[in-house]
Design a protein around this ligand. Structure first.
Ligand SMILES: Cc1cc2nc3c(=O)[nH]c(=O)nc-3n(C[C@H](O)[C@H](O)[C@H](O)COP(=O)(O)OP(=O)(O)OC[C@H]3O[C@@H](n4cnc5c(N)ncnc54)[C@H](O)[C@@H]3O)c2cc1C
Length: 352
């Protein structure tokens, strides 16, 4: 390139400055995919990338069921609804995505409160209240419906490939601050912080509301992997099918501030016992040892809930999308869609 052809970064049009995404978990990658599909150039910078298996990379370890969260705002419900729409299309069109349509049975100890997960019936298919003779007598009511499960062992590599084939670029690098990231991309104006639990330690974010919440699940191989079971109340127990991996994920447990990478066999046995009580037709009391393996991951949780907002910092826009705790997959593509809209707003404001 001759000297006259050199482009001053300050003169680059908005749509040609790469949008920089910090984090390549489900939130960062889903965001990158949706931005790329709209034509924005995207670079992702992350310590862990699709296909990695570190306990701090939560996206490798999720169940991951689409389950309507209770106690959330209508805007947050919409994020989940968008996610359902995108995942459903993937399940229908693209088995490589690792997304499957499964039956769900949800058992409740008490009649649902108005702000409970009941709103999910506006999104899922085939929702019905079950008859009392269809569920165990220790529950007060139960719902049957169709939902979506995402197998992260397939979905993250799939998403990584999609991002790359759409022109996105991954850079494996750990940054200590957003400032360091700005220095790597002086021409960029829009940065997305999708660093999950990383936002606790980035020196210019230091979000003290973030905390790690350890999860440990049992994976059991079985052909009976088409129905999800869920109860949340006195007990937090689920059986999440993974039809494409021929098994089910048994859980769950949430251990705040516990970072242990070691399998806790007491937890594993308790999860098997609870799953057996919830779904005895799928989970035997004593599964064969060779049908069992263990999953451990650190959920990026946040007191007060996740962040999804836009801030102007000098001549840069920083979009924050982190703190999704146990629901990152169920919110993922809705969050990505919301980030795209925020970027488009910035693009519009840039037009004189
Ligand atoms: C056992 C278990 C079961 C779960 N089940 C479900 C479920 O059924 N349904 C559901 O919706 N969710 C579930 N989840 C939650 C889900 O996994 C998380 O909410 C989701 O993966 C969070 O995604 P994320 O992209 O925000 O974070 P992560 O996947 O943790 O990714 C963070 C990214 O940021 C990068 N990063 C962080 N700091 C830095 C830095 N300083 N420099 C460079 N890179 C950095 C990391 O390397 C990584 O790429 C479960 C989680 C666990 C552990």
């Amino acid at each position: 390139m001759g000297e006259c052809d050199q482009i001053d970064p300050e003169e680059l049009p908005f749509a040609q400055r790469p949008i920089v995404v910090l984090g390549a978990g489900i939130i960062g990658c889903a965001t990158a995919r949706q931005l790329l599909m709209k034509g924005f150039p995207v670079v992702l910078v992350a310590e862990y990338l699709p296909g990695d298996q570190n306990i701090y990379y939560a996206s490798a370890w999720a169940g991951a069921a689409w389950h309507a969260a209770g106690g959330i705002t209508p805007d947050q419900r919409y994020l989940q609804a968008v996610t359902h729409r995108v995942l459903l299309k993937m399940a229908q069109d693209d088995p490589e995505s690792g997304v499957s349509i499964v039956n769900a049975r949800e058992y409740l100890e008490q009649k649902p409160a108005p702000d409970s997960a009941i709103w999910g019936k506006t999104v899922v298919s085939k929702f019905r209240e079950m008859n009392p003779d269809e569920y165990p007598s220790n529950f007060n009511c139960a719902w049957a419906y169709e939902t979506l499960v995402t197998d992260p062992t397939r979905h993250m590599p799939y998403l990584g490939k999609q991002v790359t084939s759409l022109g996105g670029r991954f850079i494996r690098h750990r940054v200590e601050s957003l400032q360091e990231l700005y220095g790597m991309f002086p021409e960029s104006r829009v940065f997305v912080n999708a660093s999950g639990w990383g936002s606790k330690s980035l020196t210019d974010v230091r979000d003290d509301s973030c905390f790690p919440e350890r999860g440990q699940n049992v994976f059991m191989t079985t052909d009976k992997c088409n129905t999800l079971y869920f109860r949340n109340g006195k007990e937090y127990t689920y059986v999440i099918p993974r039809p494409l991996s021929k098994g089910v994920v048994l859980g769950g447990v949430k251990q705040q501030d516990n970072l242990s990478p070691e399998v806790d066999m007491d937890i594993a046995q308790d999860e098997i016992a609870r799953a057996h009580r919830l779904a005895p037709e799928i989970v035997p009391e004593h599964p064969a040892a060779d049908s069992i393996s263990h999953i451990i991951g650190i959920r990026p949780s946040r007191k007060g809930g996740f962040r999804l907002d836009s801030e102007r910092k000098g001549n840069r826009i920083v979009l924050s999308a982190y703190g999704f705790g146990g629901g990152g997959y169920a919110f993922s593509y809705g969050v990505a869609d919301a980030v795209v809209k925020m970027v488009e707003t910035t693009e519009r404001e840039n037009v004189i």
